[in-house]
Design a protein around this ligand. Sequence first.
Ligand code: ZN
Length: 405
Amino acid sequence: MPGLWLERSARATVKGRGVTFAARVAALPFSTAAREPGLTAPLVDAGHGTEADFAALGARAKGAFVLVETEELRDLDGLFREYMEAGHIERRAIDAGAAGLVYMSSRPGNTLARHNASLGWANRHPMMMMERDAAARALRLLRGGTALTLTAVLDVRSGPAYTAHNVVGEILGSTRPDEIVVIGAHLDSWDLGTGALDNGANSVMVIDIARQIARLGLRPARTIRFALWNGEEQNLNGSHGYTLSHAAEMDKHVMASSYDIGTGRITGYFTGGRADLLPVLDRALAPVASLGPFTHVNVPIVGTDNYDFMMQGVPNLVANQESANYGPNYHARSDEFGRADLRQLRLNAAIAAATTWGFATLDFSLPRQTAGQVDSLVRNTDLADQMKSFNVYDAWAAGKRGLRP
Ligand SMILES: [Zn+2]
């Protein structure tokens, strides 16, 4: 892991002429600390954080906390939008010389979340999310002409690089034991809630599939590896580490799958721009056709543990799922066990098991892509933009992560 980052506590006070109120805040991942008695700066209205909003704000952003209004997050589309916008908003705030960035929480019901900060470890500013009602009150006052200051106390513990571990088990293949099919979910989560939807539910699903195959005494032709990745939330570190320590075996990896969208119904898979996966999937899913219909989306996806397999040219799948309640609870205080749909999770386990089993018993091998093919995937899709919003583009471009011609 590149470093330690933990929030111990966070609080904020908004003040103006004749008005003072406490606002609940959460430090965003990799925010810098603001120690007692806190950092005080003007709080200014940065609209939705667009180019035009920052242009309108002009020099008033300098040395101020810029407050960015958000739409309430309802579904996966809203979540993807949040990811794609965050990097740009943060860059504009820093270029404008802001002292810090405050997002209005997009989660409903005044819920806080540990999201969004796209700069990762490169961040050198205090960044936080403010409960929706308090942010709305501040914006109403600012838009009515009341000047405000914000005092933020962010008690953040950070530290140097350290070692953490993935948890990996396997069921050895009977006839092609050196060929490997990976099914994975990530074990870590952000800590405002307990991370039941992201990604406890899918971690236990992976364990349960291993347990059921063992209990039934089934032996796949290929080896199935059940992976619980660590450090996914920080920079996909666990799966990246796996591709490094198993580099000599990469040619033997037939498929790697990731499950990371809560407990909504699995509707199909993202197949990473590899049309050759589609007929295999159709065959694998035939035994669970009654849990469908399944529709696959043949585009590359960045944001979970398929990424380093994809950049190593290994056939990879990400389960596509109905939004259900994933978006509103994403990285939020409300991501607790009671939100998980246990019945649907069991049905998803059947779908994921059928998929895994299909690839583990496939009678032909899918080739690993070459560096040239990976490069053309980057060039001919929106992959580069996604990589930039997840902070992984530079490492690939520099030849430090993934295949590069
Ligand atoms: Zn996740």
